[in-house]
Design a protein around this ligand. Sequence first.
Ligand SMILES: N[C@@H](CCC(=O)N[C@@H](CS)C(=O)NCC(=O)O)C(=O)O
Length: 213
Amino acid sequence: MPRKNNTLNAKMKLIASLTSPFARKVRIVAAEKFTEYELIVDIPWNEDTQVPKYNPLGKVPVWIMEDGKALYDSRVIVEYLDSVSPVNHLLPKDARPRIMVKRWEALADGVCDAAATVFLEKKRPAAQQNPDWIQRQMGKVFAGLNAMSVDLGHQNYCTGEFFNLADIAVGCALGYLEFRFPELEWRRAHPNLSELYDRLMLRPSFKETVPVG
Ligand SMILES: N[C@@H](CCC(=O)N[C@@H](CS)C(=O)NCC(=O)O)C(=O)O
């Protein structure tokens, strides 16, 4: 995954798991920006995880800057990566379009948060699972998908004709649902999201970061 660098120093590192949709978002942004880095795979649920040394919240992704300073979370990291390199801007400069892209990102990340919560709840012993909690979180996933589909409409990309961070965030949410919840029929319910994901998967940055694990 590390690519040829234009402006940033090769000593930067990304601590990530290969299943995290938030880490995938960072990996895709780094690839689209041709930012070179070293990928350190660390699963924050493992006993020997080093993640809390770098992020007190114990979550991935964490980006280690050239001077050793750790950045988190994914929204902070992608904004940083976009701002320090002039290559392929993924966030508009002007306030209104910029905040609209970040609104898409908040929606997509929220879907991932809810879906990941359900995934973890379902890993607990059946007797300890809370069906109301699962239903509440799935409600957020379905409402989030619906909002994405309505806002996308017939456009090629989330904010219109141009690919940007909104598409990356939404693509990571859709890819995570496909990976962890293959039984969800979001493609059938929302053909425009299905087409968007297929279009995004033509990009090497998406193809090379499909969740595995
Ligand atoms: N808002 C954070 C969410 C990160 C997150 O939830 N990461 C999960 C993996 S998908 C994690 O590391 N969980 C470990 C834990 O919660 O202890 C971001 O955007 O980076």
